[in-house]
Design a protein around this ligand. Structure first.
Ligand SMILES: Nc1nc2c(c(=O)[nH]1)N[C@H]1C(S)=C(S)[C@@H](COP(=O)(O)O)O[C@H]1N2
Ligand SMILES: [Mo]
Length: 548
């Protein structure tokens, strides 16, 4: 112990290993040599200790819950505490790659901290080990605060921390320069080759173990998926057939029904919750006459509705694609509320996910006759894990954050005055009716269009105003007049409507095109620009393109 104690402190003015000597000699040294004298070896030791920590934690978390993996837990906690505008900017910048971007930045910050601890360890091994230990304890603390974790879930990160400390100490000791022989040149005290190779090799091994464990986590998710499938009951009331004319024939338009694999995904869950349908329960409580607990078989035995409903995210920017149209199968929320008997004074239902997410839905929207569903099916199959398996809510006309709780497990009948939902605590409006929106899908911004034989180009897009429907779409090219677009067949007021416009006599060159819609109540889409925060974006979508 004492041999690698905090020795250099006793002679602060003496030369410290790994640090460039100060004074005129250093100033004269060419920059290449100065770079070489930076403590790269020690930084690498820190990085490898960091890799060991993560690899061991990932391996040890395999038999436990997904949230016991430290990156998943810390990323999840981070998502829960960041201000809404950061989340918004991340979605704007990375779209549905926002989680990959978060993991990448977390790894970058973690790598930098571990590299610094490695450098610290060259002089003060004990302080560096304490640093790693502190990081590990903090991470374990965060794991324990996550929804659905128990004390055992802190074990992986603690084991990983122990591994990190051992690696830091062993490699750090090896990396310390041997005391220079009397009369030897300055090179003798520099970084030697063999410890570097051993350290790099250890880094590769831990890296491979960590990546392997992550891949196992992922493949186990996939295997679990297959095992969890169940047969969907047939609906008491089927969704209307979708006429062919609901799909615009303009080339490049998105499909009227969004395939499940292409359906946007937005949630705060870094690891998709794995819910066992055998033990899943829906608990209904709060301001009710009797608490109701349903298991999946009981839920599946209730009369089901099948409906096409367009879901939209409040974070969707003007012209964005955080919207999807699917066929949902589920029990009307009102059926469940009637089973429990709503008491006087309630005006909200707080739905809760197994991962702690909550949404506040106005009670009225669940009882006014719209097709608000406790859904088990999406596009003819059980919900995929990413979209809420086994059970989620879908409420037409409301943004997802106030209605579409995935991995649903609890409904609390309550009052807006008494309870607040996940995003309400983070600066978003407590209510979120969907604003009328219209978007240009064809052409893509800055695309170059060819005119057809008659000298025309085709434009197309999508408009929605769930619960009201779309009655008109108008398109303006450059500073020209507003022209009425042709509407594809409407399927229901809860579905989006596709539009198209044939622009005859399109002249070659650059153009701007703007779109606006009118809803079924005759309300015109406002030109006034609003950001998604706090209750959804507004403004007209405009793009630039070129006619060849
Ligand atoms: N459990 C849980 N449910 C959730 C969310 C979430 O973060 N956690 N996000 C909501 C939001 S903001 C939206 S827009 C919809 C998106 O549903 P999708 O991912 O199936 O498209 O889910 C909602 N349900
Ligand atoms: Mo959302």
């Amino acid at each position: 112990m004492s041999s690698d104690g905090e020795g250099p402190r006793s002679s602060p003015s003496g030369p410290t290993p790994g640090r460039p000597p100060s004074g005129p000699a250093a100033r004269r040294a060419p920059s290449g040599a100065r770079l070489r004298r930076l403590p790269w070896g020690s930084a690498l030791v820190g990085l490898v200790a960091g890799a060991a920590l993560l690899a061991v934690a990932e391996l040890a978390s395999l038999p436990l819950s997904a949230a016991s993996a430290p990156l998943v837990a810390i990323g999840g906690a981070f998502i829960d505490v960041i201000p809404p505008w950061v989340k918004d900017a991340a979605i704007a910048l990375f779209g549905t790659y926002d989680k990959a971007a978060l993991f990448a930045s977390m790894l970058a910050v973690y790598g930098a901290v571990m590299a610094l601890l490695g450098i610290l360890g060259a002089h003060r091994p004990r302080a560096a080990m304490l640093g790693v230990g502190g990081l590990g304890l903090a991470a374990a603390g965060i794991v324990l605060t996550r929804a659905g974790t128990g004390p055992a879930d802190a074990l992986p990160v603690l084991l990983g921390t122990a591994a990190g400390i051992v690696v830091l100490r062993v490699l750090g000791r090896m990396m310390r320069p041997a005391p220079a022989a009397p009369g030897a040149g300055p090179e003798a005290a520099g970084v030697r080759r063999r410890p570097l190779l051993v350290t790099a090799g250890a880094g590769l091994v831990f890296g491979a173990l960590g990546v392997g464990a992550r891949a196992l986590h992922a493949s186990r998710d996939a295997a679990g998926r297959a095992a969890r499938a169940f047969a969907l009951p047939s609906p008491r009331s089927s969704a209307p057939a979708i006429p062919e004319q609901a799909q615009s024939q303009v080339a490049g338009m998105p499909p009227f029904l969004t395939p499940t694999a292409e359906f946007y995904r937005i949630d705060t869950a870094l690891a998709v919750p794995r819910v066992d349908p055998q033990t899943w329960r829906l608990r209904v409580g709060g301001l009710v006459r009797r608490e109701v607990v349903l298991d999946l078989a009981q839920l599946l035995a209730l009369p089901m509705l099948e409906r096409h409903i367009t879901l939209t995210c409040v974070s969707n920017p003007v012209g964005g694609d955080l919207a999807g149209n699917a066929t949902w199968l589920g029990v009307p929320v009102s059926t469940i509320l009637e089973m429990a008997g709503v008491r006087e004074g309630a005006d909200m239902v707080l739905s809760r996910s197994v991962d702690g997410f909550t949404a506040s839905t106005p009670l009225e929207a669940l009882r006014d006759g719209r097709d608000a569903l406790i859904a088990v099916g999406m596009n003819g199959a059980p919900l995929p894990p990413e979209h809420g398996f086994p059970v989620r809510m879908v409420v037409p006309g409301l943004y997802g954050y106030v209605s579409a709780t995935k991995w649903l497990t609890e409904l609390t009948v309550t009052r807006f005055a008494d309870d607040r939902a996940y995003w309400t605590d983070r600066g978003w409006s407590e209510r979120g009716p969907i604003k009328i929106a219209s978007r240009i899908d064809v052409p893509r911004a800055f695309a170059v269009l060819e005119r057809d034989a008659q000298g025309a180009v085709m434009l197309g897009g999508t408009a929605w105003a769930q619960q009201r429907g779309i009655s008109a779409v108008q398109v303006r090219i450059d500073e020209g007049p507003w022209r009425d677009a042709e509407l594809a067949a409407s399927v229901s007021e809860d579905c989006w409507t596709q539009w198209s416009l044939r622009w005859d006599g399109a002249d070659a060159g650059r153009h701007a095109v703007t779109v606006r819609a009118v809803d079924g109540d005759g309300q015109e889409q406002t030109a006034e620009r609003a950001d998604p925060v706090p209750d959804g974006a507004s403004g007209w979508h405009e793009i630039r393109f070129e006619v060849a």
